[in-house]
Each structure stands twice: as C-alpha cells, then as structure tokens.
Design a protein around this ligand. Structure first.
Ligand SMILES: Nc1c(N[C@@H]2O[C@H](COP(=O)(O)O)[C@@H](O)[C@H]2O)[nH]c(=O)[nH]c1=O
Length: 316
C-alpha cells in the first residue's frame, strides 16, 4: 500500500491550535489540491481526536472528480477510516483500534493508495515507524504561537520532490523512502565480486513504492553494471525510480552502452544516487546526461561515504 501523509501547517509548524474551532490554514486553491489528492486515493484516514474535534467529512467535493471515479469503476468517494481505541464505526466509516490493524485490513480490502490527513499523533506514528511514502505539507503564511497547539512532529528522512505555490500557500511534496531504498542499494553493492578495475555498485528499481528489480556490479557477467543488471531482469521500467549507490555511468572504457543511456531508453523518471563518480577509471557525468533529458536526479550526499566504503580500491 502506498501511503501519502497530507497536512497544512503554519510557518511555526503548527497543525492546530488549542481552541475548539477548526484551524483552517489552506486557501481555496489548496483545498482543491487536497480534493484532487483525495480523489486519487482508495481510503482516507484520520485519528480519533481529529474525528471528534473536526467531524471531518472527508468527501470529494468536485463533481467532475466524482464523475471521473465513477467512470473508471471506482466508488464515488474513498473509504473513510478512523484510528482510535474509543471511536466506534458510524455510517460507512471504518474504525480500527490501531494503525497496524487498519493497514492490515485495508490491504485485504484492496486499498492500494491511502491518504492520512491527521492529526499530529497519527502523522507522527506514520513518520516515526517508516510507514509512509510521501508527505504533502502546505505551509500557510501565518504564525500560531500557541504552546498548547499541535505540531508536525516525527523523526524521518525526507527528500524534497516538488514545490508548488498556490497564491500565499507553498506546498512541499517530500518523499520518505529514498534513504531506505538507497541503503538497500548499498547493501547489494556488498555482494559484488571483487575487482580492482571497476566499482562495486548496487541498484534498486522502484515504482509506486514497490521494488521491481535489483542488481549489482558483475552479478551476471564480469562486465555488467548494477543498473544494467537490474534493468535486464524486467521488461517494463517506465516511470520508475532507480536507486544506484554510484552515479550512473555516461561513458564506459569497454565501449559498452553507458547506464545513463540505458536508463533514458527504459523511460526511467527519477534517478537517486549516493556517491558521485570519482574520475578514477573514466570522467563520467551521468547525472548531467540524465538531467538534460528531463529525468529528475537526486544526490544523497549524506550516504556517499557509506556507498564508497564498499570500494576498497578507493583506500580508507
Ligand atoms: N484544516 C485543514 C485541513 N484539515 C483536515 O481536513 C479534514 C476535514 O476534512 P473535510 O471535513 O472533508 O473538509 C480535517 O479533519 C483535517 O484532517 N487540511 C488541510 O489540507 N488544510 C487545512 O487547513
């Protein structure tokens, strides 16, 4: 299940103040954006406090979006879910005593995309436990300054994927799994048969939060690169993200087709790498080649040392 966290915060990071009335931080355009995200999901979740205090409707507002869902065979609205030990299910709401039980049952019900709209406790649990794929944060141009209000708390690693301005609101879209997938790629690099003349690299190909394929250097023959090995195992990688512990190559000493070209040809949408290729064997600029054709490229410099450590020829 792909999990999208969505909330609006003040400049000072508050999701809500301590008053009984709902704090509206979004503007009309932003509520419309939220409506679009809702329409793309199978279920929407809130916590018990939000359920009690806000009495949220969690319905799609746009008639066009409802019609589009109906036309594609979906129910008009996503399922409505509350996680709380004390709230009982009413109307068509689904109530669960814990996030774990909710996720298990929603998965069984065929929910593929879940949106979580709050409150702070539920969002923090998803962040702290690494259960979420994306965070959409709308920042409103005001301060709340209420020490008894609730803030967006949590410990997670995030990369910025998109910034949108809707009049006075800035919407930040963060991806929350890049670091975990990169650590998996680095683990794969440890499986590479040793070589003094080539790097040890691991690669993971992911689409919509699911791993499509993995590979590592020299996995299937003495010259194969990690991205190439991973691509070779699947027919379709269109729109996927490739995590590679090393920047994809743009030139190969052997004259073989560089990985950057292979990634472009496969229709890869996004490339994340940890370690920029040092000019040891060739002078590569894979990242630039990929960016030139409009592929989103992200460098996780904070994991570069870990990716490099597998390569003993680089010295300590
Ligand atoms: N106030 C606020 C949000 N509040 C969220 O929306 C829910 C209410 O949904 P509904 O009853 O369908 O309008 C509420 O319970 C809370 O989770 N969301 C945002 O994007 N921006 C905002 O400023």
């Amino acid at each position: 299940m792909y999990v999208v966290l969505s909330c609006a915060a003040s400049i000072d990071g508050y999701l809500d103040d301590s008053s009984d009335t709902r704090l509206l931080l979004s503007n009309a355009a932003d509520f419309d954006r939220v409506d679009e995200v809702r329409a793309g999901c199978d279920a929407i979740m809130v916590g018990g406090n939000t359920y009690r205090r806000d009495q949220p409707r969690l319905r799609i507002r746009s008639a066009d979006r409802i019609a589009a869902r109906r036309a594609s065979g979906l129910p008009e609205h996503p399922l409505r879910v509350v996680v709380s030990r004390s709230v009982a299910a009413v109307d068509d709401w689904l109530a669960y005593p814990s996030i774990d039980l909710a996720l298990k049952d929603l998965e069984a019900r065929g929910v593929r995309r879940l949106m979580v709209e709050g409150g702070a406790d539920v969002l923090a649990q998803f962040l702290n436990r690494g259960l979420a794929d994306e965070l959409h944060l709308a920042v409103a141009p005001r301060f709340v300054g209420d020490p008894r209000g609730t803030r967006l708390n949590g410990i997670a690693e995030a990369t910025l994927a998109e910034v949108t301005q809707l009049d006075q609101i800035v919407v930040l879209r963060y991806l929350l799994r890049d670091h975990a997938f990169m650590r998996q790629a680095i683990e794969l690099s440890k499986l590479c048969p040793p070589s003094d003349t080539a790097f040890a690299v691991g690669a993971v190909i992911v689409r919509e939060g699911k791993i499509l394929s993995t590979g590592y250097s020299r996995e299937t023959d003495p010259t194969v690169h990690a991205e190439q090995a991973a691509l070779n195992k699947i027919g379709d990688a269109k729109g996927a993200t490739v995590y590679s512990s090393l920047e994809p190559c743009s030139i190969r000493k052997s004259g073989a087709r560089p990985c950057a070209d292979r990634l472009i040809e496969a229709g890869i949408a996004r490339v994340v790498y940890a370690w920029r290729e040092p000019p040891l064997f060739v002078h590569g600029d894979g990242a630039a080649v990929l960016k030139d054709v409009g592929i989103e490229v992200v460098e996780l410099t904070e994991l570069a040392a870990e990716a490099r450590a597998t390569n003993v020829m680089m010295g300590p």
